[in-house]
Each structure stands twice: as structure tokens, then as C-alpha cells.
Ligand binder design. Structure first.
Ligand code: MN
Length: 378
């Protein structure tokens, strides 16, 4: 098989840095999407790819073992360097072995096969919303707009060990393999991705078009795409692209972050990882690693025992287990607040907040609105 490669990464429209990385080390290709504050995400995605690059070059282990070692490397760095504590990364890697491609995957970056005009997702998202779909808690379309659709259940570097999904794909003449981060797939739908892959023959032009489409759709995340085009050709003519590292990152050009609003969806804080305990128990029972760290940084206002209450976590459940815990029950009666049309459904769904202060501010607003309504009735 002859392979032609297109690859690009872009900061997007909103983020202040690019925490995505990609690796082109023919015949090994990968994308990684780092998570964690400060420089953590960037360090994690780079370190993961450097590790598999080093092990691959040294012929140490198979692809899955290399990814496990990358997990260990990110985890240990995260433990030993306060600056990047709690960091993690996704990783989706493809190793071309003759007519086969071996895949290794952790997180919510994706691999797609484009064959005969059809686009097939080869990987499973290790996300809370995907798990909720599997459990029948929400529908596929709910998942696309869920406020916590970015919560990862699995990532490299969060724990000392990680479960790696792997698989083998038999490639055919004309096949296209797309590796991309969620900056592509959270911004544009599969049918748009398919249209770009259908219409754009040149792989570099195709990845550039995917990035432009994701940016036009909002570009709220870093955007990375790698395309491998497979053609039957036994004569090696040296047209493969030379191995290259990801290009230097652009400097921050992002606008200031939007001010916190109730019900804000997704956005910059959606992948923040923090440290804490709280609601760990239920999640450990589920065997879910990493999500606990995320949930402890999430807040919302909802209803507990008939009162307006502040919760830590996310207003959702998986397999019958709540992913949240009550922090404060206020004296405000929920039924009184829910007489106000604005709060009726929102309180039941949970009004999300960026931090505890923001949650408290929402409570104060509800208190004022309830008091005013009471006075109006007199
Ligand atoms: Mn991302």
C-alpha cells in the first residue's frame, strides 16, 4: 500500500493555547488532545506522543504496550510536577503494517474509515455521554447537545494503569483513514465530515477544509486532523511525506473568556480537571477512572428535599448512580421558585455554574426573584 498523508492542528477560535498534538512517524500516526489547566494539557499530549515515538523507534513493545507506557509517563510526570498535576490526554494511534492498520485508542479523539463513500466510526468515545447512551439514559441526539458531553471517563495519565482499546482494520485500495480530536467532531457532524472527505481528493487539502469548517462552526476547541490515503501500489516511489513533528504553536490570540452564565453549554471549563474527593465512591464502584477528578470541579443549582440546593458534580446519572452530591440545602422552597416559569424546568435539570461562588450567585438571584414574586402577589 502506498500512503499519502495530510495533517494539521489549529488553536481554534476560543482557546488560549493549543493542547492538541499529532505525530507523523511513518508508519506510525497519532493524535492526542491534552486536558488540564495551565500548561498541563499541552505537556500531556506532547509527552504521550514523544513516549510512543521513542518506544516505537526503539522497537520496544507493541502499539498497545507503547500506549500503556505513555500513560505511565504522563501519570508519573503529573505526580511529580505540581505545575502539571492532574493533567491527562486522549490518544488515538494508527500503525500501518502492510495492508493492515493497527489502532490503539483512549479518550474521545476518533478514528474513522472512509470507504466507498461511507464513513465508519472505528473508535468508541470514552465519555460520560456515550456511556449514558449505552446505558439508555439519554438518546444519541441528547448526547450531541449535552452540557457535559466533554467529560471523559478514560484518559492517559489520570491513573497508573489504563485500559487501551485496540483493533485491526484491513485496508483496501482507495481507503481513507481519518484521525481527529473532538475539536472536529464536536463542531461538525459526520455528514459534513463525509462530504469533505468525498469532495477533497488531496489529503492535506481535506484536513485544512475540516479545520476551516470546524472554525466556521465556532471553533470552541483546538482542532486536529490527520488523513491517511491508501492506494494499491507495490512500487515505492518515495512520495510519502517525510516524518515531521507538529508545527510550532501559534501565540495566544484568543478573546477573553465569556462571563459565566447559568446554563452555559460546553466551553472552556468543560475539560478542567481538579483534585478532590466528594462523590468518588459511586464512580469507583463503577470502575470509572478520572471522571471523579472532573466532577469535583463542577457545580450546579437544583432541588434537594423540596429546597433549592447547591450541588457539586453534574446533573446526571449513569447506571442509576447520581454523579453529584448536595453541598448546601437553602431555606428557599423549590415549589415556590418553580412557580416562576423561568425556573420551573431549569431547576429540575440543574442550573450549571463554573464554581461555588457562581452557584451561590444563582441562589441569591432565585431568592430575589421569589421574594419579588411574593410581594407582587400582595
Ligand atoms: Mn479537544
Amino acid at each position: 500500500m502506498r500512503i499519502r498523508v495530510g495533517a494539521t492542528t489549529d488553536i481554534g477560535q476560543v482557546r488560549e493555547g493549543n493542547e492538541d498534538s499529532y505525530l507523523i512517524l511513518d508508519p506510525l500516526y497519532a493524535v492526542a488532545d491534552g486536558i488540564g489547566g495551565h500548561r498541563g494539557g499541552e505537556v500531556a499530549s506532547n509527552l504521550a506522543l514523544q513516549t510512543i515515538q521513542r518506544l516505537f523507534s526503539a522497537h520496544e513493545g507493541d502499539l498497545t504496550e507503547q500506549v500503556e507506557r505513555a500513560n505511565r509517563a504522563v501519570f508519573e510526570r503529573s505526580q511529580n510536577d505540581r505545575e502539571v498535576a492532574g493533567m491527562g490526554t486522549t490518544l488515538t494511534a494508527a500503525l500501518v503494517q502492510g495492508p493492515r492498520v493497527r489502532l490503539a485508542h483512549v479518550g474521545d479523539s476518533r478514528a474513522y474509515l472512509f470507504r466507498d463513500g461511507r464513513l465508519e466510526l472505528l473508535t468508541e468515545d470514552h465519555t460520560l455521554v456515550h456511556q449514558m447512551v449505552v446505558e439508555g439514559e439519554i438518546s444519541e441526539s441528547d448526547a450531541e447537545t449535552h452540557p457535559h458531553r466533554n467529560v471523559l471517563l478514560r484518559a492517559l495519565g489520570v491513573d497508573g494503569t489504563v485500559q487501551v482499546d485496540d483493533g485491526i482494520v484491513e485496508m483496501q485500495d482507495g481507503d481513507r483513514l481519518l484521525l481527529c480530536t473532538d475539536g472536529v467532531t464536536s463542531m461538525i457532524r459526520d455528514d459534513q465530515i463525509k462530504a469533505v472527505l468525498q469532495e477533497t481528493k488531496d489529503p492535506q487539502e481535506a484536513v485544512d477544509r475540516l479545520v476551516r469548517a470546524a472554525n466556521r462552526a465556532g471553533g470552541i476547541d483546538n482542532i486536529t486532523a490527520v488523513i491517511l490515503d491508501f492506494t494499491e501500489d507495490s512500487s515505492r516511489d518515495g512520495t510519502r511525506e517525510a516524518p515531521m513533528q507538529r508545527p510550532a504553536k501559534r501565540r495566544p490570540v484568543a478573546p477573553p473568556p465569556p462571563s459565566p452564565q447559568p446554563r452555559r453549554r460546553g466551553g472552556r471549563t468543560a475539560r478542567r480537571i481538579g483534585i478532590g474527593a466528594g462523590i468518588a465512591l459511586a464512580l469507583v464502584v463503577l470502575g470509572i477512572v478520572g471522571v471523579r477528578l472532573y466532577l469535583d470541579t463542577q457545580w450546579f443549582v437544583g432541588v434537594s428535599n423540596g429546597r433549592v440546593a447547591i450541588f457539586r458534580g453534574v446533573p446526571a446519572e449513569v447506571a442509576g448512580l447520581d454523579l453529584n452530591s448536595v453541598v448546601v440545602e437553602t431555606p428557599i422552597r423549590a415549589d415556590e421558585a418553580q412557580e416562576l416559569a423561568f425556573y420551573r424546568d431549569r431547576l429540575l435539570e440543574g442550573i450549571t455554574a463554573d464554581d461555588r461562588d457562581a452557584a451561590q450567585a444563582i441562589v441569591e438571584q432565585i431568592r430575589r426573584d421569589v421574594t419579588r414574586a411574593r410581594q407582587d402577589r400582595r
